[in-house]
Design a protein around this ligand. Structure first.
Ligand SMILES: Nc1ncnc2c1ncn2[C@@H]1O[C@H](COP(=O)(O)OP(=O)(O)OP(=O)(O)O)[C@@H](O)[C@H]1O
Ligand SMILES: [Mg+2]
Length: 321
């Protein structure tokens, strides 16, 4: 292997395939470094590391690095429901963690202006995101970069905001410094209000995941949320049935107080993919309340969320292709 091709391989692994093939002419080595999505510090550090490597190659007297940055096409995945309390926040948090486990660079936005729950779910209550050049810098919760309205207001402070303020806060979180995140999971407030409209009109989600419980009423509400996004031509990723059947804390057996299969057939009628069935489980609730989402663990409660993340990743990969 020549010194140059060895360098090329080293740089590829050092930067995560962000460098072009290096060229050497009259002692001057040139290459292109793609710094898309990197924060300034990371950009500088990466360019320095590349230069150091390049200078160590025999025959290299000077190094010229051309940095390019594209605005990344960051896919927004909204997690929505027609009705409150069906588990959007639980599903969003665990979906984000499970996608990260599958190697997707993911960020989480809690757009529930009126009842933010991600700081508790991801054990980041009381943290304050910093801003740099007027851009918010996400914090980390359970290993995932995240921003929540709950971080931007005092705990317990009543948020009696008007629509435009809520929409503005949403915009600041979406446009935060997500660095190289490919996907933003957005935990939506329930229903079809100002935040939903702003999301649809301004931020153009790549797709939406609808969460519903098995009861008929919740499914009717789910239809309402589906209609809102469909009218706006936001692609449907599919339906998640949450609190589907009760997982016995003693033996793990699943019983179905509300009957089973309702959400799956409703998804079929609405022409939507059925993504996952997540049981009603005391362990899921206690883990969530404790700020240790089940998807972060390896127990049986992680499985339905991993399955969900797999389906969502497939959908995103297909969209990319
Ligand atoms: N599969 C589940 N098993 C047990 N408890 C669950 C499950 N999913 C959600 N919960 C619990 O149900 C409650 C509501 O869930 P969550 O906050 O995720 O719903 P939501 O749709 O985001 O609600 P809101 O509309 O108020 O934002 C929480 O206490 C949560 O821990
Ligand atoms: Mg919620």
């Amino acid at each position: 292997m020549t010194d140059l091709s060895a360098l090329s391989q080293r740089l590829a692994s050092l930067t995560g395939n962000r460098t072009s093939t290096p060229r050497l002419r009259d002692g001057v080595l040139t290459l292109v470094l793609d710094v898309s999505g990197l924060a300034r510090d990371a950009r500088v550090a990466m360019a320095e590391a590349v230069e150091r490597e390049a200078r160590a190659v025999p025959g290299v007297e000077d190094v010229r690095i051309a940095q390019t940055a594209e605005k990344r096409d960051r896919a927004i995945v909204a997690v929505a429901s027609g009705k409150g309390g069906v588990g959007k926040s639980t599903v969003s948090a665990n979906l984000a963690i499970a996608l990260a486990k599958l190697g997707v660079r993911v960020g989480l936005v809690d757009a529930d202006i009126y009842g933010p729950s991600q700081p508790r779910l991801l054990a980041s209550e009381g943290e304050k995101p910093q801003a740099e050049e007027k851009q918010l810098i996400p914090i980390r919760g359970a290993g995932v970069p995240m921003l929540s309205m709950g971080h931007l207001v005092q705990p317990g402070q009543a948020i009696a905001w008007r629509g435009p303020m809520a929409a503005n806060a949403l915009g600041q979180m979406i446009d935060a410094r997500w660095d190289d995140a490919e996907v933003l999971i957005v935990d939506m407030p329930p229903g079809t209000g100002d935040v939903q409209l702003s999301m649809i009109q301004k931020h153009k989600p790549a797709g939406v995941v609808i969460v519903s419980t098995p009861q008929d009423l919740a499914l009717i509400d789910a239809t309402r949320a589906v209609n809102l996004f469909e009218q706006a031509h936001v692609p449907m990723i599919g339906l998640v049935e949450n609190m589907a059947g009760y997982a016995c804390p003693h033996c793990g057996e699943i019983s179905d107080p509300f009957g089973s299969g309702g959400a799956e057939s409703a998804a079929g009628v609405m022409g939507m993919a059925f993504l996952a069935r997540i049981p009603l489980s005391i362990a899921i609730r206690t883990a969530s309340d404790a700020g240790t989402p089940p998807a972060a663990g390896t127990g049986p409660d992680a499985e339905p969320f991993m399955a969900l993340a797999g389906r969502v990743k497939e959908w995103l990969d297909r969209r990319q292709a």
